[in-house]
Design a binder for this molecule. Structure first.
Ligand code: GLN
Length: 590
């Protein structure tokens, strides 16, 4: 028998160890969606993460995309929204961009799970003989792979610290009941069962539509989607109901009764003036209290401190003065296709106390009126370009609209309109200068014209060390400034180098650099070899910068990307200056 007092003393370290153990195990918050797609599960999931992080918890996240593509790299931005690029070169769903921006974390390609990745891994194991002659099946082999993937990725810290996060928010893409998400639902059901209620919490996002002249809020679609989820073995702990107007009390009670969710766990995400309000309305409805209680996290969490976040959301609503930004791209009016660029502009504008007014211009509409099928669209496009305070040409692939982009870059150069060219946009400025200033008429990029002798932009692949056959220069690479007193370096705070994300195959041809420099286009940043040109600046122009990297991917609310801030500051200076009436090029009907 232990001496009196000794037993207690011995028990103490083990209780502490248990608490430590509990604090260390990552707990899960799963977000599913029902009724319709496009409900904003990604924003809901990242907003829940923001509130939990504001309580002092460390948060990581996983996005599950049940499609068969292994990653988003080959998916059309027109159909699927932009391809978001991570530091490690992962080409992932745009929702991961939302997570990085909202949670201020750096994710890895493994934080985006797809059916393609899971099957690829299972099939590779099968080929290696890892299943010991067994019949390989969806259950248990695919579901085990999913569970294993979730648990190993969630233990990787994404916030620069060493220990695993307290909470991993998992967003399951698609709508419950979709055939392709079934193996994931089953794996998550098994995971929730093995981890138990105090380690796994499920939030189901659904829609409460309004019908009829009286505007009755309808609960039936939510009831049905919860029933569907329950039939698959998962029961929601919280409901997040999307609606146009706040839900009325009796609707919450009805939902509670029919969906088997306590009324205080029924959250309402009604329409808000801007997305930064979503974490605030969730905090007001005490989402953190419900989650912290269920996951037994009270020891590690405090009340949420969202003062900065509130200030940011509210200051955006108060912005009066707007700045017109011409976004000249292949796709127009498709915010999702250029989502990170739009967000980076928003961050920079808010920092400059301006409201962004994005003027979408289809590059092809700027092309010669005689060649355009719609002369009205042509006139309108030029009018819009000239009425804008700055011009941005974002990244892109393929030759559609290239001549229009060249015209826009020429207009910016000649009329001293602030210009930011990103990736393709930088290559466009090199082609434009070569053609119109150096007089090399057939100057082109090898991507659009492989036969031209004047390949001012050439194929310069970078062979992937991990992925066979990959030739794209992808992910975080270092750019060294040749001079720290150049404008771009100054915007970054005058460092000798910056690390930004890349996604391209073509680069400026080094053979033309000296000639272009003499003409006033200075190559102020390059890679460590000095062969890859990363930043151009036009001399004798208030703001004309081209970057081969994509600064938009690292822009954060309250920490805008420096090239974007520079553009908006220059646009603010340019505002009110009279536009030049000539298009600056021959051959238009204007
Ligand atoms: N298509 C160009 C290249 O591959 C530009 C790519 C981009 O803008 N992301 O180099």
């Amino acid at each position: 028998m232990a001496e009196p007092g000794k037993e207690e003393e011995e028990a103490r370290p083990s209780a502490a160890a248990a608490a430590e153990q509990e604090a260390r195990a990552t707990k899960y918050v799963l977000i599913t969606g029902g009724v319709v797609s496009g409900l904003g599960k990604g924003v809901t999931a990242s907003s829940v993460g923001v509130v939990l992080k504001a309580c002092g918890l460390r948060v990581t996240c996983i996005k599950i995309d049940p499609y068969l593509n292994t990653d988003a790299g080959t998916m059309s931005p027109f159909e699927h929204g932009e391809v978001f690029v991570l530091d490690d070169g992962g080409e992932v769903d745009l929702d991961l961009g939302n997570y990085e921006r909202f949670l201020d974390v750096t994710l890895t390609r493994d934080n985006n799970i797809t059916t393609g990745k899971i099957y690829q891994s299972v099939i590779e194991k099968e080929r290696k003989g890892d299943y010991l002659g067994k019949t390989v099946q969806v259950v248990p082999h695919v579901t085990d792979e999913i569970k294993h993937w979730i648990q190993s990725v969630s233990s990787v810290p994404v916030d620069g610290q060493t220990r695993p996060a307290d909470v991993c928010v998992i967003e399951l893409g698609g709508t419950v009941g979709d055939i392709e998400s079934m193996p994931f639902i089953e794996a998550l059901r098994q995971l929730s069962f093995s981890l138990g209620k105090d380690n796994f919490c499920l939030i189901h996002v659904s829609l409460v539509p309004v019908l009829g002249v009286v505007g009755e809020q309808k609960t039936k679609p939510t009831q049905h989607s919860v029933r569907e989820l329950r039939a698959l073995g998962l029961t929601p702990d919280l409901l997040a109901c999307r609606s146009a107007q706040p839900l009325i009390g009796s609707v919450k009670e009805k939902l509670s009764q029919f969906c088997h969710v306590p009324v205080e766990n029924i959250l309402n995400i009604h329409d808000v003036p801007n997305l930064w309000h979503v974490p605030l309305i969730l905090r007001n409805q005490k989402v953190h209290e419900a989650i912290i209680k269920q996951l037994n996290l009270a020891r590690s969490a405090g009340p949420p401190d969202l003062r900065d976040w509130t200030q940011m959301a509210e200051s955006y609503d108060d912005l009066k003065k707007s700045v017109k930004i011409a976004l000249v791209g292949k796709y127009t009016n498709l915010t999702d296709s250029y989502l990170s660029v739009v967000k980076a502009l928003l961050h920079a504008c808010v920092a400059c106390s301006l409201k962004p007014s994005i003027q979408w211009i289809a590059a092809s509409d700027l092309e010669d009126a005689t060649a355009t099928s719609a002369p009205d669209a042509h006139a309108k496009a030029w009018e819009t370009l000239k009425g804008s305070s700055c011009i941005l040409i974002p990244g892109g692939f393929g030759d559609r609209g290239i001549s229009g982009m060249i015209l826009a870059a020429k207009y910016a150069r000649e009329n001293k309109v602030p210009y930011l060219g990103i990736c393709l946009g930088m290559q466009i400025s090199v082609i434009e200068m070569s053609r119109n200033v150096l007089g090399i008429k057939d100057a082109d990029s090898e991507e659009f014209n492989s036969d031209t002798p004047a390949r001012v932009v050439m194929y310069m692949p970078e062979v992937s060390k991990t992925h066979m056959g990959n030739t794209m220069r992808l992910g975080c690479r270092r750019t060294f400034f040749r001079r720290t007193d150049c404008l771009t370096s100054k915007l970054y705070g005058s460092p000798s180098h910056v690390d930004e994300r890349h996604r391209h195959r073509y680069e400026v041809n080094p053979a033309f650099v000296a000639m272009l420099e003499k003409a006033g286009l200075h190559f102020v940043g390059c890679d460590e070899s000095g062969k890859r040109m990363e930043v151009v600046e036009l001399q004798d122009h208030p703001f004309y910068i081209g970057v081969q990297f994509h600064p938009e991917f690292k822009s954060r609310p309250r920490r805008p990307s420096p090239p974007f801030t520079g553009l908006i500051l220059a646009a603010a200076e340019h505002m009110g200056k009279p536009a030049n009436n000539s298009n600056g090029h021959v051959g238009t009907s204007e």
